[in-house]
Design a protein around this ligand. Structure first.
Ligand code: ADP
Length: 238
């Protein structure tokens, strides 16, 4: 079964702004896909639909489930990493932030503690359980936010600009750990080098439409296509 199916999705915000105009996209289980496009292309809007935070009227299916009908089940399948980790971390300690999701799913205290330990280890944050999230670096906060999603047991992760504003080391650490996950990934980003490293496939969204979809190296090397949609071919493909 596909991890995520978006079928001819259109969406207009209540103020009349058309953000998506018939976008279709299928992610196979375990696939890692870069979602690129100029500002205003509709990337964030598409991610919000993929996790059921905007109504999709049957045009989105997550692991066979309709997010409008089965929001709780969908929340166990797909998690969103917000661009700003402070939107995701709101408890007094890192451990409580990571425990929040599993406890809400109704898991036992033991199971929750096990998931907290496992998720923090997976993001290289074992040892900071009792720190205040505000006392971590941006790179650590973003990894803590990732742990909150992993602790929910989500098989599919949807990431909004995961490398934005990280220093080179923080960026490299995050990309390394994302590459180690066996999750299905949909990564919206302007960091085309990160896409090349992490994602075998890239989807180009522009004006609410998917205008290209294919192997990352070939798509990102297409100078005419990149130029037409306000992007640049990464240096190492020139
Ligand atoms: P991207 O993530 O590619 O920059 P967005 O999905 O954020 O694109 O935006 C797509 C379009 O929808 C843009 O024209 C943007 O201004 C508009 N938009 C985004 N969020 C809202 C909102 N909450 N209300 C109205 N318009 C919005």
């Amino acid at each position: 079964m596909a991890a995520l199916v978006i079928d001819n999705l259109s969406y207009t915000y209540p103020d009349g702004t058309a953000a998506l105009a018939g976008a279709s996209l299928t992610l196979a289980e375990g696939e890692r896909v870069g979602l690129v496009g100029p500002n205003g292309a509709g990337k964030s809007t598409l991610l919000l639909h993929a996790v059921g935070l905007l109504p999709s009227r049957g045009q989105v299916t997550v692991a066979g489930l309709d997010p409008d009908r089965k929001p709780r089940d969908v929340r166990r399948q797909v998690g969103l990493l917000f661009q700003d980790p402070d939107d995701q971390l709101f408890m007094p300690t890192v451990a409580e932030d990571v425990a929040f999701g599993p406890l809400n799913l109704g898991l036992s205290r033991e199971e929750t503690l096990a998931r907290v330990a496992e998720s923090l280890a997976a993001v290289g944050l074992a040892g900071v359980e009792h720190k205040l999230p505000q006392h971590l670096s941006l790179g650590q906060r973003r990894r803590a936010a990732l742990a909150t999603v992993l602790a929910m047991g989500c098989r599919t992760l949807v990431l909004d600009e995961p490398t934005a504003n990280l220093d080179p080391r923080g960026r490299r650490e995050l990309l390394t750990l994302l590459a180690r996950l066996d999750s299905t990934l949909l990564v919206a980003t302007h960091d085309l080098d990160a896409v090349l490293d992490l994602c075998e496939r890239t989807v180009l969204l522009s004006g609410g439409r998917i205008v290209a979809d294919g192997p990352s190296a070939a798509l990102l090397a297409n100078a005419a296509l990149m130029d037409e949609h306000g992007l640049e071919v990464p240096w190492r493909l020139r």
